[in-house]
Ligand binder design. Structure first.
Ligand code: FMN
Length: 346
């Protein structure tokens, strides 16, 4: 299988508006939704229709579920599995204390039997691809991770996404990609790797290294919604050149340029429009702030513009802040044409 490029599940970010924006640049291979609460879905929460919107590419959509209750997760998975989508993913990696305390997210990783039992129940309910996204575990213990993943695979899980940091590390230190490569070698089912892919060059290097069956990007895809399209073009150029270095790194990956400069102003305003179209008014301000907290790293005066956006409560006000910014800094409109504006490191 060719190495795929996936959009990571991110609460308040991985919704239809971001998918539409990414599709506009050329898309990626799979779009994970933000985590959807199994309990809220089953009890018909007021916003569930927005969370479960599969567009614009249902055939590439993977619903991610979060929850602590086995039966609720199985019933919610069956419900989503009956809709148009590519698969169902279970969140066993969320390290947020509010989630873990309830027994959900990364709490599943502390009990192999409990997680294996859940996977068995899910397998009976889900006809589409069943996957799990997780972290390394409570400690940096690869043997435990492998035993945990083997139990999931034995129960019928078909793909594991590993974000190779421990639960306590949150986003500290670098992701341990050697764990991704080792898990892929030893597990026997496909493994996607996730963590710190900040540029298209990073995606291509991870893909060319053979460490994983897919590379998943989260924050990098919010900062640069064109990241997957750019990586696909780099990959195509590499394949055309027919070269890979002896260390498995793509020759020239990271150096190839996106053919046309990205218009940062148009992209920002397009996202505001997409939010208005595809998210409920109650979500507009919070989702816009979340997105621009990353996207504005493309701009020289990122901190200033984030502060101004933070004062706005309506999308129209945010669009005004962005328009004023680019009017005052026209040299920043086209990415690649202003030397100083490299995105901040993750
Ligand atoms: C704002 C935010 C929200 C996130 N929400 C989720 C989530 O709902 N489900 C999940 O499995 N991971 C979630 N994550 C973790 C990401 O999917 C990903 O594992 C992490 O950001 C590392 O990848 P990156 O370095 O490419 O961003 C979230 C991360 C961020 C920054």
């Amino acid at each position: 299988m060719d190495c795929g490029f996936f959009l990571a599940p991110m609460a308040e970010l991985s919704h239809r508006a971001l998918r539409e924006l990414i599709e506009g640049f050329g898309g990626c291979d799979e779009y994970y939704t933000e985590m959807i609460s199994a309990g809220a879905l089953l009890s018909g929460g007021p916003f569930e229709g927005w969370y479960t919107d599969p567009l614009p590419r249902p055939e590439k959509l993977v619903y991610q579920l979060v929850g602590a209750d086995r039966d609720q997760l199985v019933r919610a998975a069956a419900l989503l599995d009956s809709r148009d989508c590519a698969g169902i993913d279970i969140n066993m990696g969320c390290s947020a204390p509010a989630i873990r305390r309830t027994g959900a997210g990364a709490a599943w990783m502390t009990d192999i039997d409990r997680a294996g039992d859940l996977a068995g129940g899910l397998r009976k309910a889900v006809k589409k691809r069943l996957s799990v996204k997780l972290r390394t575990g409570l400690a940096d213990d690869f043997d435990y991770l492998l035993r945990f993943c083997r139990r999931l695979a034995d129960a019928g899980v078909e793909l594991i996404t590993l974000h190779p940091r421990t639960i306590r590390e949150k986003f500290r230190r670098s992701a341990r990609w050697d764990h991704v490569a080792r898990l892929k070698r030893e597990l026997g089912i496909p493994v996607a790797g996730n963590g710190d892919a900040a540029t298209a060059g990073d995606l291509c290097r991870r893909a060319a290294s053979g460490a994983c069956n897919a590379v998943m990007a989260g924050r990098g895809a919010v900062r640069q919604p064109w990241i997957f399209a750019e990586a696909q073009r780099m990959e195509a150029a590499r394949r055309g050149a027919g070269q890979a270095g002896e260390d498995g790194r793509a020759e020239g990956a990271g150096e190839a340029a996106f053919p046309e400069p990205v218009n940062l102003e148009e992209t920002a305003l397009r996202f505001v429009e997409l939010l208005a179209l595809h998210q409920p008014p109650e979500f507009h301000a919070s989702r816009a702030r979340r997105f621009f907290a990353y996207y504005c790293d493309n701009l020289i005066w990122a901190h200033h513009v984030k502060t101004l956006l933070g004062r706005e409560t309506e999308l129209s006000g945010m669009a005004g802040v962005l328009t004023d910014y680019f009017r005052d800094h026209p040299e920043e409109r086209l990415r690649g044409e202003s030397a100083a504006k490299q995105p901040a490191p993750l």
